[in-house]
Design a protein around this ligand. Structure first.
Ligand SMILES: Cc1cc2nc3c(=O)[nH]c(=O)nc-3n(C[C@H](O)[C@H](O)[C@H](O)COP(=O)(O)OP(=O)(O)OC[C@H]3O[C@@H](n4cnc5c(N)ncnc54)[C@H](O)[C@@H]3O)c2cc1C
Length: 230
């Protein structure tokens, strides 16, 4: 099993840019939104207005866009962090309804994987947990109880949906080098999937310091200067 998230963009609206532009322009125009939508094709003009509107914090304009991702091969440690985001919708593989058969899939953090001795220890321990889980299931313990022995490393799958405002917010937080490596990798892959189809989003799907122009973390990675305190 590969030790990296599998991420696919499975749903996004057509004409994303035009939809956001129409939402922005409608706020400042006497024209019908449908006329704005039908008469606009100048990408540069659209991007200029969108940047102005987003930079001023007028975020309802980017809430009209909904995207969905199919995600696999991520640890429960990672999904536990992702589900903290309250404006996302989740449907995750259940450890109650899906019984593990044989060795369960798990994620090995790179810091452990690169050390042969520690990796072996890790794998042996996963095998031990698996044995214990199977033993419980075999004597009739329901999966919902047997799963109590499964580790944070256990792999999971989920479908995640969110609007563009939330995705930008999550990118700003989770692409920061202070975020944990796996969720950073996952969110980067989600952003890259969307940017492949909607390249105009690249300047928004960045760590927060890129938008702020400074770092507001207590411990900065040094990529941007800290915000002067005092
Ligand atoms: C580097 C890092 C380290 C972290 N470490 C820890 C940790 O040690 N322990 C821990 O428990 N968590 C930790 N977290 C999780 C963090 O506290 C947040 O729960 C998580 O990042 C979700 O962020 P959010 O609330 O901004 O986003 P979302 O839930 O995605 O919400 C988006 C925005 O909506 C608004 N919003 C949502 N719900 C409310 C509400 N109820 N009231 C008011 N406004 C709301 C806020 O403006 C919020 O920023 C960490 C997160 C990061 C990025």
């Amino acid at each position: 099993m590969q030790n990296k998230p599998v991420v696919n963009l499975i749903s996004k609206p057509q004409n994303m840019l035009k939809t956001v532009y129409t939402a922005c322009r409608t706020c400042y125009s006497a024209d019908y939104p449908i006329n704005i939508y039908n008469s606009t094709d100048d990408e540069e003009k659209m991007l200029k207005l969108i940047e102005r509107v987003i930079s001023s914090g007028h975020y309802s304009t980017i809430e009209h866009i909904q995207v969905s991702f199919a995600i696999s091969n991520v640890s429960r440690a990672c999904t536990h962090q992702l589900v903290r985001h309250r404006h996302m919708s989740f449907s995750q593989k259940s450890q109650r309804y899906v019984k593990e058969k044989g060795q369960f899939d798990y994620i090995i953090p790179p810091t452990i994987e690169k050390n042969a001795e520690l990796k072996k220890k890790f794998e042996d321990f996963m095998a031990q947990i698996s044995e214990c889980y199977q033993e419980f299931v075999d004597v009739g313990i329901p999966a919902e109880d047997a799963r109590f022995v499964l580790p944070n490393a256990a792999a999971s799958s989920l479908v995640v949906s969110m609007n563009l405002r939330e995705l930008i917010h999550v990118a700003n937080l989770r692409l920061c080098t202070r975020a944990q490596y796996e969720i950073r990798t996952l969110v980067k892959m989600m952003c890259d999937e969307l940017i492949k189809e909607e390249p105009w989003l690249k300047p928004y799907l960045v760590p927060k310091c890129e938008r702020l122009g400074f770092c507001d973390e207590d411990k900065s990675c040094g990529r941007k200067n800290p915000f002067p305190k005092g």
